[in-house]
Design a protein around this ligand. Sequence first.
Ligand SMILES: C[S@@+](CC[C@H](N)C(=O)[O-])C[C@H]1O[C@@H](n2cnc3c(N)ncnc32)[C@H](O)[C@@H]1O
Length: 385
Amino acid sequence: MSSHKTRQFRPRPTDSSGRTIIYTDPNSFHPLIENMARFIITTQPGIQIDATPEQNPDGWTECMVTPSIKREIMATPNFPQPLQRPSKTKYEIRSVEGRGLAMFATDHIDVGELILCERPLLMAQAMARGQDVPVAVTDELDPEAENDPELVRQIIFQEKERQLETLVGNMHPKFREQFMALANSHEHDGSGPLFGRLRTNGFGAPGFFDLEGEDHPYSMVGNNISRINHSCCANTKFTFYRPSFGMELRATRLIPQGAEITIPYCDILKPYLDRQKALKLYGFSCDCPACSDLFSSDQIRAVSVNSIGLENDRATVEEVLGWMKRFEDFGLERSRQYIECLRFLRDKYKDQGNLAEVKIYRNKLYKIVLATIGKERVMAVMASL
Ligand SMILES: C[S@@+](CC[C@H](N)C(=O)[O-])C[C@H]1O[C@@H](n2cnc3c(N)ncnc32)[C@H](O)[C@@H]1O
């Protein structure tokens, strides 16, 4: 059924600087999305309009966003920069029994280390958490149908599929092939093959708001990063670096050679039942250490989002090290309280004049903040700690 297979890749114009190739063709959209801006983002200097992916190793992103989001992207300071990749690739993608393809460390990976950086294949609006039906869709609906949530859901799925047919139809065949090779855990719920893949593999694009301050739930899909499986004790975190339009992945704990590299598909600070509910969308049930020992895990998760009472400075180093161990056992290095433990130890040693320990904990703090917040905001956050 998919028309995307028969569409031809069209050459795009370069802008005056010759660096960013931008293509906007709002007229080719279905009326419901006529206000969306479609364009591509790439950063290879001097690239020609008919460049191949081989000539443009950073790749490019097919975007379909509102014009205000497009303006926001273009106004990003220092945009666009080339991707800054890790100096050495330390992962491989291979299949694993019962979990399809997965990513594994081929070398020891340090906390905070950049594991991969890639330009998204595409960026588009996904199904929002608790999203209302788009106004244009409700206008077209018969009032009876509007009260039928399943029918409304199916109509939204069809609209999303049509939007994506336009977008995916314009991808370079190599990138389209990469997108179509990704897993689809939504084959039986009415999502089309493109929207199903976006839902299965999309990473929330952080911090994109329209002019009225309304959150736009955009998703980005990457060729390699979208092969990473979930764990509630995940050892990495995804961040997005706007100046290079790069999806970045860093380690939140030491990853030994041979270990699987994992990310969270849901809020891993939430209790077991909430996580299971969120993971249903992906068609598997998690068997990570936190899901296997859910009683202890839920207890420590509840603590990790509240407070362990470090504010009054009365805790001892031993107590704090004990808390850190419990957080580490359940993969909670990214939690606010774990970061507070590191800050506490740095300051405690500073008060004692133990400069060697101060250096160790300052370093650890920097690495975990870098991994969890990303390089765009790491310095600002460190200054506030
Ligand atoms: C984004 S893809 C990850 C890569 C995927 N394994 C592949 O083969 O391309 C998401 C899908 O991977 C599978 N998956 C992810 N994490 C899993 C886990 N912890 N256990 C079992 N399956 C998992 C599920 O089928 C899920 O819908």
